[in-house]
Design a protein around this ligand. Structure first.
Ligand code: SOE
Length: 373
């Protein structure tokens, strides 16, 4: 008998959809030792959350996260709200003894992120941060190849995350442009994925030199489009980074790259070879090994769709998967961690380390100096 884990999802918009879809898929396809039960979805707008509950398949809905996190029958509290409410929800849920899953970045400030980790540790609960791209089979394979030494000593990490949705200056000033709500712009939303991948694949970053830029300083207000309001976050963030193991890297995240919808790519060069991942071709990993015979040297394209590959035991051989499955793998790992009573990975400790990098990048951009972590 697999353990039934009652989940409460706090928030129901974009990421709420992705998480709901993952919970729905889990019990059907996965041989996990615990299965999520979609108990309750929570949001402030009654009509919105009611519709989301029906559409995504949650048993109940609520407009009060305070009530939901206190419920005795809830095991997991999954937080997908804008960043300004991550800390209060996570701290209250930790105090109530719940397992925590939280969207990235962990919080809006390093101080808040540290409070969340401290609360989880004090309560002795399991905690996980949703960096879904780590759970892409090709990314997990890249990590294994590097950890096994196939690339030798790592010299370079080159990560880019490019989008284009707000290039039009008339795009409205919704919450992602408000520092009080979102914490930062491209930095927290996109660069945070790249810094997480850099840490996952290459190791800890010790020093950063960064530049943040806001190209469109004012946008039409959502409720009153004739009036403009101030954009208080970055549109782009760029950084040079140094790793503890001697590697160097570049991280570029922008919302101003026309034609690039969700272009998350990295290239890693080591003494023995290189590898390339591009989310737009997420089932593939490009690998170049210097030890290949001279006549056969070149980048090979590995289809990461075989049972020997990470996260492939449920999917049919050679049948490609997509973005949505990265979330299913997050939920699978969470359920396995709950069943085994061990901390999932990545968790709030990773969230705090990542937040320290984001804070350092902001400081570096303001002071125009290198900042040590
Ligand atoms: C929106 O910009 C967004 O959905 C991010 O919030 C996600 O974390 C990223 O994966 C895709 O883009």
């Amino acid at each position: 008998m697999r353990r039934q884990i009652n989940v409460a999802l706090i928030g129901y918009q974009f990421m709420g959809k992705a998480h709901s879809n993952a919970y729905r898929q889990m019990p059907r396809f996965f041989e996990s030792d615990a299965v999520p039960v979609m108990k309750v979805i929570c949001g402030r707008n009654e009509a919105g959350v009611k519709a989301a509950a029906a559409k995504y398949g949650w048993e109940e809905w609520s407009t009060s996260w305070e009530e939901v996190v206190r419920r005795k029958d809830i095991d997991v509290v999954d937080i997908v709200t804008p960043g300004d409410s991550h800390m209060p929800i996570a701290v209250a849920a930790a105090k109530a003894g719940k397992t925590l899953l939280c969207e990235k970045p962990l919080a809006n400030t390093l101080g808040e992120a540290k409070r969340m980790l401290a609360a989880a540790q004090k309560a002795g609960v399991l905690h996980m941060i949703c960096h879904n791209y780590r759970k892409t089979p090709a990314v997990a394979l890249a990590q294994k190849l590097i950890a096994d030494g196939q690339l030798g000593k790592i010299h370079h990490f080159r990560g880019t995350y490019l989008q284009d949705w707000p290039v039009d200056p008339e795009f409205p000033l919704y919450w992602r442009f408000d520092k009080a709500k979102a914490g930062s712009g491209a930095l927290g939303d996109l660069a945070s994925h790249v810094t997480d991948l850099a840490r996952f694949l290459v190791g800890e970053i010790t020093e950063v030199s960064a530049a943040l830029e806001t190209f469109v300083k004012e946008r039409p207000q959502v409720d009153n489009p004739k009036k403009k309001g101030k954009v208080t976050v970055d549109d782009a963030s760029l950084a040079l980074v140094r790793f503890a193991n001697g590697a160097v890297g570049t991280i570029e995240a922008t919302r101003f790259a026309p034609g690039r919808k969700n272009y998350n790519r990295f290239e890693i060069n080591g003494s023995k070879g290189s590898l390339v991942f591009n989310l737009e071709r997420l089932n593939e990993l490009e690998l170049y090994l210097r030890d290949d015979p001279a006549y056969a040297q070149g980048f090979r394209n590995i289809m990461v769709t075989e049972p020997v590959h990470p996260y492939w035991k449920w999917w049919p051989v050679g049948h490609v998967i997509g973005y949505e499955h990265t979330f299913t793998h997050v939920i699978y790992d969470l359920m396995q961690a709950i069943a085994g009573n061990r901390q999932p990975s990545p968790n709030f400790e990773d969230g705090v380390k990542n937040q320290a990098l984001l804070a350092a990048m902001e400081k570096s951009s303001q002071t125009r100096k290198w900042v040590k972590i």
